[in-house]
Design a protein around this ligand. Structure first.
Ligand SMILES: [Zn+2]
Ligand SMILES: [Zn+2]
Length: 294
């Protein structure tokens, strides 16, 4: 029996999962740390302020939302299967696996766009999502900084169209769709947050880039733009696209919120100081202005 197999048999499943996540974190760091050093947009260090907190978020946001979402996603998939007409099911089954995969990823991005946009426009949801926007320096680890409530809302919106339309269970490949969508979103998430002076030229019409998402993190001015996770043309369709040639000069919130993992997790529920609530009020006024100016 190999060392890996004996380790798998002797350790509890949750500990194995944590070890797997730790290994992924090492691999992600090995990929992004040199890139962010060679092609840095702003001067930065790997072991910067709040990095410990973001490592905490990395484990939390990898474990908790998946556990919380398993039941609602299974229920949505069952409802989708029960409600779908037989002709629709046959049409889906006739599709090649790559078409199903592509349709699933595009539909999930439409769902995620609206989940993310509502997190900006509904003040109660903004309290949770503001945690993600609290980062004042961008790097790949900022991707992990998200309150579990924020993550659950956006992922529910991403997976709802896929599961309700039956794409998740259309065939053997389709049943892997939710996992594939989560992995695509995670990898694109690490890339677009990275501290990389990297423009994609004409490709920026098609897929999101660090510049596209950095504008979404700009302090106040363009925070209500660029909601899409993977496909920026979704923002063009809904009138929220903003991608000039330059980069934003400042990141973060107009008003600083809680700065520790514990206070950030509890704060949005209303037990902590009202600073995040103030940010929500400012943000709601800003969002209204953006809509009027369209
Ligand atoms: Zn946002
Ligand atoms: Zn972000």
């Amino acid at each position: 029996m190999s060392f890996i197999t004996s380790l798998q048999n002797s350790l509890p499943a949750w500990l194995l999962h944590v070890l797997q996540l730790a290994l992924w974190l090492v691999l992600l760091t090995a990929l992004f740390a040199p890139l962010e050093r060679w092609f840095a947009l702003h001067p930065g260090k790997l072991l910067r302020r709040q990095i410990g907190m973001d490592v905490g978020y990395y484990f939390l946001s990898s474990l908790l939302p998946a556990a919380l979402l398993s039941l609602p996603v299974a229920l949505m998939a069952t409802a989708g299967q029960a409600l779908m007409p037989a002709a629709w099911r046959q049409a889906l089954q006739a599709l090649p696996w790559w078409a199903l995969l592509l349709a699933g990823i595009v539909l999930a991005d439409f769902g995620a766009y609206w989940g993310h946009r509502l997190c900006h426009e509904i003040p109660w949801l903004w309290r949770f999502h503001a945690i993600h926007h609290s980062a004042e320096h961008m790097d790949f680890m900022v991707n992990t900084r998200a309150h579990p409530v924020d993550m659950v809302v956006v992922r529910m919106f991403a997976l709802a169209p896929v599961t309700l339309l039956g794409l998740g269970g259309a065939n053997a490949q389709g049943s892997l769709l939710p996992a594939v969508i989560t992995i695509v979103a995670a990898m694109s998430g690490f890339f677009v947050h990275a501290n990389l002076r990297c423009r994609l030229g004409a490709l920026e019409w098609l897929v999101t880039s660090p510049a596209f998402h950095h504008w979404h993190h700009s302090r106040v001015e363009h925070i209500n733009r660029n909601y899409a996770a993977t496909f920026p043309w979704i923002d063009r369709i809904f009138g929220t696209h903003h991608l000039p040639a330059e980069w934003p000069s400042q990141y973060g919130l107009a008003e600083p919120g809680p700065t520790t993992l514990a206070t950030q997790l509890i704060g949005p529920f209303g037990f902590a100081p009202g600073r995040i609530a103030d940010a929500a009020a400012i943000h709601a006024a800003d969002a209204a202005q953006v809509h009027q100016s369209r």
